[in-house]
Write a protein that binds this ligand. Structure first.
Ligand SMILES: Cc1cc2nc3c(=O)[nH]c(=O)nc-3n(C[C@H](O)[C@H](O)[C@H](O)COP(=O)(O)OP(=O)(O)OC[C@H]3O[C@@H](n4cnc5c(N)ncnc54)[C@H](O)[C@@H]3O)c2cc1C
Length: 109
């Protein structure tokens, strides 16, 4: 038996950025919360590694490398936010049976 329930789904805007603040940055969902369609954790883990490596190899200029990291992250996250937003639109339907059928097709593909 399949049980359905209502739940809120929060996302950040597709092209979300912020004014850089020296000494601090954001990663993962805090930086770019998007629909849960298989991207969030898969982006967060390499982001963390990329940021750590950038700081470690940044010739003692952490603020410059963090800014550059943020630019790369925003570009990548923006692409995935667009993809997942479009995917969510396809899955959310006023007809629950239609949405469920699409979800099952996607799961199998
Ligand atoms: C239903 C669902 C399915 C998903 N499926 C996938 C998938 O298949 N593939 C994929 O890649 N991603 C998936 N995601 C997205 C993925 O779970 C997130 O993108 C990922 O967990 C983000 O990691 P994070 O470390 O940024 O945030 P989180 O995993 O949310 O970690 C944040 C942590 O901070 C803690 N915290 C919050 N506030 C405070 C505070 N004030 N003080 C101390 N600690 C605090 C929280 O308790 C939490 O442990 C899915 C998400 C959902 C909701």
């Amino acid at each position: 038996m399949i049980r359905l329930w209502r739940s809120c789904l929060y996302v950040l805007p597709v092209s979300h950025t912020w004014t850089h603040v020296p000494g601090v940055t954001l990663l993962g969902d805090a930086a770019r919360l998007m629909p849960p369609l298989g991207a969030g954790a898969n982006l967060a883990m390499p982001e963390g590694a990329e940021l750590a490596e950038s700081i470690a190899t940044g010739n003692g200029e952490p603020d410059r490398v963090v800014r550059a990291f943020e630019e790369r992250m925003w570009a990548r996250a923006g692409r995935w936010a667009q993809i997942t937003a479009a995917g969510l639109e396809g899955l959310v339907s006023p007809d629950p049976a239609e949405a469920l059928a699409l979800f099952e097709r996607v799961q199998r593909s």
